[in-house]
Write a protein that binds this ligand. Structure first.
Ligand code: GDP
Ligand code: FE
Ligand code: FE
Length: 195
């Protein structure tokens, strides 16, 4: 089983209680699903099982904060002001890591980076980043066109699963005609052939 004692000085049960104060049941269940999926991927791809489980569990910790709270943190903690042009979809990972450090007292940079990158990725992703990025997309509660193929790819090739996910997310966002965060494009460009 997983051991989170290197990263939190309280129990996993206490962590769940802290999370419950900020997340509804459905979101908490999603986080538990991502924890289990991330553990499996870490076992499969020789990743850090404990960091993967914990990062998966907390990745959406800030998802249900108000826009006002996010904007305050972006300004007061000197995040890139460009973030103010986006919304919760982008903030809950990149800025969410601040809430995790501040309130859950988790300071492991590998875990915090995986949370920061879980929605938009990054041009250079660690194995842990990739595991959380993909686990979030394929956890058993997910149901959308393409999820079966994403799960299949994740079974055989983690990088292919990351590429599939970023391509399909971009297609989905363009189809919805919503703004693309520049970081999402940087991830996409880094993952496709140059010319
Ligand atoms: P969730 O938090 O478990 O629902 O999943 P994610 O953190 O991966 O994604 C949150 C939302 O952000 C999803 O609806 C994505 O489609 C959306 N998203 C991902 N990249 C971008 C982007 O560049 N721009 C915008 N506007 N939304 C994005
Ligand atoms: Fe998320
Ligand atoms: Fe999620």
């Amino acid at each position: 089983m997983v051991d989170y004692t290197n990263f939190i000085d309280y129990s996993r049960a206490e962590l769940l209680n802290k999370m419950r104060q900020h997340l509804n049941e459905a979101r908490l269940q999603h986080c538990l699903n991502v924890e289990q999926t991330a553990i499996k991927l870490a076992q499969q791809y020789n990743g850090d099982v404990n960091r993967a489980g914990l990062a998966g569990l907390i990745h959406d910790y800030a998802k249900q904060r108000s826009d006002t709270e996010f904007k305050q943190v972006i300004v007061q903690q000197h995040f890139d002001p460009v973030l103010l042009q986006y919304n919760n979809a982008i903030w809950h990972g990149i800025v969410g890591a601040y809430f995790i450090a501040n309130e859950l007292h988790i300071h492991d940079e590998q875990i915090l980076n995986a949370v920061r990158r879980h929605t938009v990725g990054a041009p250079q992703m660690t194995t842990l980043d990739k595991i959380i990025f993909v686990a979030d997309y394929i956890e058993p509660g997910r149901d959308f066109p393409g999820v079966a193929q994403a799960r299949q790819l994740a079974n055989t090739d983690l990088d292919a699963a990351v590429r599939f996910e970023i391509c399909h997310t971009l297609e989905y966002l363009i189809q919805k005609q919503v703004a693309i965060y520049p970081g999402t494009l940087l991830t996409y460009n880094a993952l496709v052939p140059n010319h």
